[in-house]
Every structure is written in structure tokens, then in C-alpha cells.
Design a protein around this ligand. Structure first.
Ligand SMILES: O=C(O)CCC(=O)C(=O)O
Ligand SMILES: [Fe+2]
Length: 355
């Protein structure tokens, strides 16, 4: 069975709640829901911030291991209310079901536009067709939001504030897990003015050839950390780990956290950005919602020098985040290809940049 990108047109049907099992590629390991036996690691956020000193130290170590081994984990007991997550998805569904005339201003805008509504079916970036509709909104330092549906702005403002707070606290703990001061990564990345983006993904019911289609091809995210949840029990997110694809099945209420390219750069390659993809299949449509934090657009991101001193030299050169994001968003999504613009290749007698 082959997972296919397809050129067929696809319906823009309004999303509805779905339940039930999702077809998955036979070579994909079903995982999640526990932290043993090769499952996706789980970090209990409440313990991470409110535990005893010993519990917190252990949680930070576990977090570090999750970032090192997977670049991908679940966070439970995170404090973001379920009804806020649901309201965020509902507002997104309403937006996707509006007629195109009502979204025209933001449809298929250029890759760095603060609001983009689009569809993988019309992808101008790489000519491929993906089974996906999306809404992208810059959310911080300023929230950019379509006027319709009317409820979207308030919900997005609250959701972005709550998830930003969570992501910044995770960044602090991750900084600690690297043996750095908790504020070190925030300082290096100018997080007082962090950049945040919200993305709603809608994968319509699949009517293309074969059993499965590509919703979003294998990629790593361009930011520092991505927080993701999906609607109901329709799975489709897969993460690469040790050369295998794992189906990411969430624990009830938990978020997925995905290490992005800027974490790989700032940690000098100690933590790897996770390659992931979304597959679609069958009658069931799927939705997911992403909140991502990144350095401010003007920050030149490079490894924290303390980490470069651990005998491995600087593995990345400094790249302004705005340029990095523009490059990643304007080119074909191909696993971690974008990181090569920042990677330094070490050879025995000289150091060169990879172009
Ligand atoms: O829909 C998903 O589960 C994955 C979405 C994703 O990877 C993204 O929006 O960057
Ligand atoms: Fe992603």
C-alpha cells in the first residue's frame, strides 16, 4: 500500500465531528498512551512546575530525554481548558465552511502573509496536491485574524495567550534540561518578543486513489516548539523515530509537543527537530490545531555558545528567523531539508557552510 499525493480535486465540505478507527499504513507502529515499550514519552506538566524539588528534577530529566530521543512527546495536566480547545476548533470549522467569497481576502496569500487561508489542493509551493485545508494566523506579538466568523478573534486571543504561556514554561524547563539556566534559551531567542503562529488544519474525507493520501508531507516545523491537538479520535499524525513511522495516538486531553528546527539549532543539535506528517484515509475527516512559538522575527538564531563548547563546535551558523521561516514556507516541504541552510559541515581540515 502506497501513501499517495494526488492531483485530484477534493471537496471543501464543512467539517463535522467524527469518531472511529482510522486506516493506517501497515508499517506504522501504533503508539502513544504510555511511556514504556517504545511509546511516545509523556510529560506531566503539573509535576514539572508544582512537584517537589525531587519530582521536578526528575521531570526535567525525563523531558530532556524525550527531547533527545524523540523530539516529540505528550504533555498532560497542562491546564489549558478543554472547552477552550473545543471552542478553537469550532471557530475554525465555521471558518472552513464559509463560502470562498467570504474568505477571498486571505485565500492563497503569499507565504509570509499574517493571515493565510489555503488548501493543499492548490499548493503553489511545490506543485503537489495535499489533502488539506488550513488557516494560518500570526498571533503574537499582534493577533491577525479574519473578521469572520465573529467569534474567532476572542477565542484565538485567549487560546494563543494560554498556549503561549504553556510553551514558554516548557521552553524554560527544556533550557534547564540542557544544563542551562532556565531563562537562557528565552534570552538567546529574545522571547520577550516571541513570535507565535496558530494553524488550523482540516483534512476532508478521502476520496482519492488508494487507501491513504497525504494530508501534509514529512516535515519538521520551522519554529522552536509546536503544541498540537486533534479533534476527537480520528488519528493521522505520524512521527518518525529510529527510522520508523509511529502513529501518534493522544492520551485523552493531552497535547503533542513537537521540537522544531530552532530548537535543533539553539541546542547545537543536541535536541533534534522531529520529522512528522499527516495521513488521511477513508470516510472520516480530521482536524488538528497547532500553536507554535518561535524567536522574534529579527532574532539571529545560533547555537547557545555554552553547548558548542562541549567538544563539538558550532553545528549551525546564525540565520535570522524571518529569513529561515520565509525559506521554509516558500519551498517544498521535504523532511528537514530547510535546516541545511543553517547547517555547518565539519571536515577534518576546514569548516564549511552547506548551501
Ligand atoms: O495535522 C497534524 O496532525 C499535523 C499538522 C502539522 O504538522 C503542522 O501543521 O505543521
Ligand atoms: Fe508540523
Amino acid at each position: 500500500m502506497v501513501i499517495m499525493a494526488t492531483a485530484s480535486p477534493a471537496p471543501h465540505s464543512p467539517p463535522k465531528h467524527t469518531n472511529g478507527e482510522h486506516n493506517c499504513h501497515p508499517s506504522v507502529l501504533s503508539t502513544g498512551g504510555n511511556d514504556d515499550g517504545g511509546g511516545i514519552p509523556v510529560v506531566d506538566f503539573d509535576v514539572l512546575v508544582n512537584g517537589t524539588a525531587d519530582e521536578r528534577s526528575q521531570a526535567v530529566r525525563d523531558l530532556g530525554r524525550a527531547c533527545e530521543d524523540w523530539g516529540f512527546f505528550m504533555v498532560s495536566n497542562h491546564g489549558v481548558p478543554e472547552d477552550l480547545k473545543e471552542a478553537m476548533l469550532e471557530a475554525c470549522k465555521e471558518l472552513f465552511s464559509l463560502p470562498d467569497e467570504e474568505k477571498a481576502e486571505h485565500l492563497e496569500t503569499e507565504p509570509m502573509a499574517p493571515i493565510r487561508i489555503g488548501s493543499g489542493f492548490y499548493s503553489v509551493v511545490d506543485g503537489a496536491r495535499y489533502w488539506r485545508n488550513y488557516l494560518k494566523m500570526f498571533a503574537h506579538p499582534e493577533l491577525h485574524c479574519p473578521e469572520k466568523p465573529a467569534k474567532l478573534r476572542d477565542v484565538a486571543a485567549e487560546y494563543s495567550a494560554k498556549t503561549r504561556d504553556l510553551l514558554l514554561q516548557l521552553a524554560k524547563a527544556i533550557s534547564g534540561s540542557l544544563g542551562l539556566d532556565g531563562g537562557r534559551i528565552s534570552e538567546a531567542l529574545n522571547f520577550d518578543a516571541c513570535f507565535q503562529i496558530l494553524v488550523g488544519n482540516h483534512y476532508p474525507a478521502y476520496t482519492g486513489p488508494g487507501d491513504l493520501g497525504v494530508g501534509l508531507p514529512a516535515h519538521s516545523d520551522h519554529g522552536l516548539l509546536t503544541l498540537l491537538f486533534q479533534d476527537g479520535s480520528v488519528d493521522g499524525l505520524q512521527v518518525e523515530h529510529d527510522g520508523e513511522w509511529h502513529l501518534a495516538k493522544p492520551l485523552p486531553g493531552a497535547f503533542f509537543v513537537i521540537a522544531g528546527d530552532q530548537l535543533e539549532i539553539v541546542s547545537n543539535g543536541r535536541y533534534k527537530a522531529a520529522v512528522h506528517r499527516a495521513v488521511v484515509g477513508g470516510e472520516q475527516e480530521r482536524m488538528s490545531f497547532v500553536s507554535m512559538i518561535s524567536p522574534s522575527m529579527d532574532t539571529v538564531v545560533e547555537p547557545v555558545p555554552e553547548l558548542a563548547l562541549e567538544g563539538r563546535g558550532m553545528e549551525f551558523r546564525g540565520v535570522r528567523y524571518r529569513d529561515y521561516m520565509a525559506y521554509q514556507q516558500s519551498n517544498k516541504l521535504e523532511a528537514k531539508e530547510a535546516l541545511n541552510i543553517a547547517r555547518v559541515r565539519h571536515t577534518t581540515d576546514r569548516v564549511e557552510q552547506v548551501d
